[in-house]
Design a protein around this ligand. Structure first.
Ligand code: PLP
Length: 385
């Protein structure tokens, strides 16, 4: 048993990161300065996109996507049921209706067949979620979106650094939202980015994050002008320059961190691939998986305990397992406000009863990895039916 709880994810911060942040703290610009645009350029390059818009959180990034697409009252937006609430909340912020779509049981990625079945004349967009860090089936999703004239949004908050074939997450959909919360692939403390090849949507999101004002403070200073105009109802969703500097420094380490995550995943695959008590999720053949999460499903048929008991036993072993996610339509807010009921997305609901996320983050050492494998084996064998 471990003395210290191993978390399911955590950031890696080095001296270069700290130096980058302190340099900005000593400069003239703490916010809306030159680092933001530099971060956006670096982020766009990292995912091979033409545009990146940095915001204060992944949630703000998703909200900006819905705003840029003009989602409003009466509009329906299809959203994967197996995700963090923010993927759907962004639709509700705009007064739209999230319509929950079931997932494929083996990957927990949005089912293209279920997407097509939920399209109505009110549907205005599709939000796919690259669950755990694996790209969705964008080939089929793009074809469906095109056929129905719908924009495709990727919630890529799990999937910075992932690819489908040779194409990075960030250009597989019309708009892709990322988060830089400390559990994600790179961190700026709080932060988010939207990437796109659509310059017009990028411009709308830049206004949106700055109150709907058409020029920012620095542009005004360059123009020597006090004039500004608010043309839309935006928000203050700006990111600071010191966060942007941290982001630039963190991005340099992304590729190495993805390799670390993939190496840990290969060890878990080898340990659990043949198990009759737990099964890893399926990885699609063309996926280069970024492994924000490593999720196993408990084979409850072969176990005498439910997920609650096994979860508690793993925590007692010092393994900071987690559950991602309660399907969004089962949260009380959605059940009350949108009348979503159990049974709406059966595959997501069935998966929820048996999923556990194991610790995975670049700073894990070999002993940590082995502790997880040993604990999962010990606990599941103890409950073998
Ligand atoms: C983390 C996350 C978000 C929200 O990101 P924040 O930066 O915490 O606002 C949205 N969607 C998914 C799938 C996430 O994992």
């Amino acid at each position: 048993m471990r003395q210290q709880m191993l978390p399911y994810g955590r950031q890696s911060i080095d001296e270069a990161d700290i130096a980058a942040v302190t340099a900005v703290l000593r400069s003239d610009w703490l916010t809306t300065g030159p680092m933001v645009a530099e971060y956006e350029r670096a982020f766009a390059i990292a995912v091979a996109a033409e545009q990146a818009v940095a915001l204060s959180s992944g949630t703000a990034a998703l909200h900006a996507c819905m705003f840029a697409l003009g989602i409003s009252v009466g509009d329906e937006v299809l959203v994967s049921a197996m995700t963090f609430a923010a993927s759907a909340n962004c639709v509700a912020y705009q007064g739209g209706t999230p319509v929950f779509v079931d997932v494929e049981p083996d990957t927990l990625l949005i089912s293209p067949t279920a997407v097509e079945a939920r399209i109505t004349p009110q549907t205005r967009a599709i939000v796919a979620v690259d669950f755990a860090g694996q790209p969705c089936d964008y080939g089929r999703l793009r074809a469906i979106a095109q056929r129905h004239g719908l924009p495709l949004v990727a919630d890529g908050c799990h999937a910075l650094g992932a690819k489908q074939g040779s194409k990075p997450v960030g250009i597989l959909a019309d708009l892709t939202a990322f988060s830089t919360h400390p559990v994600k692939h790179i961190t700026t403390g709080e932060g988010g980015v939207v990437t796109t090849n659509n310059a017009e949507l990028a411009q709308r999101m830049r206004h949106f994050r700055n109150h709907g004002i058409t020029t920012d403070h620095r542009q005004r200073e360059q123009l020597g002008s006090w004039v500004y105009e608010m043309v839309e109802l935006g928000y203050n969703y700006r990111i600071t320059d010191f966060q942007s500097a941290l982001g630039i420094s963190q991005l340099k380490k992304l590729a190495g961190w993805i390799e670390c995550r993939q190496k840990i995943a290969r060890e878990y695959d080898a340990a659990f691939g043949e198990s009759d008590l737990v099964s890893p999720l399926t990885v699609r053949p063309d996926a280069n998986h970024a492994y924000h999460l490593y999720v196993v499903r408990l084979n409850l048929e072969n176990l005498r305990a439910d997920r609650r008991k096994i979860f508690a036993a793993l925590r007692a072993e010092g393994i900071g397992v987690n559950v991602h996610y309660l399907p969004v339509h089962l949260h009380p807010y959605y059940r009350c406000r949108f009348d979503t009921q159990p049974g709406l997305c059966p595959a997501a609901e069935a998966a929820y009863e048996r999923i556990i996320s194991l610790p995975i983050f670049p700073a894990m050492n070999q002993a940590d990895i082995e502790d997880v494998i040993t604990a999962v084996r010990k606990v599941t064998e103890a409950f073998r039916a």
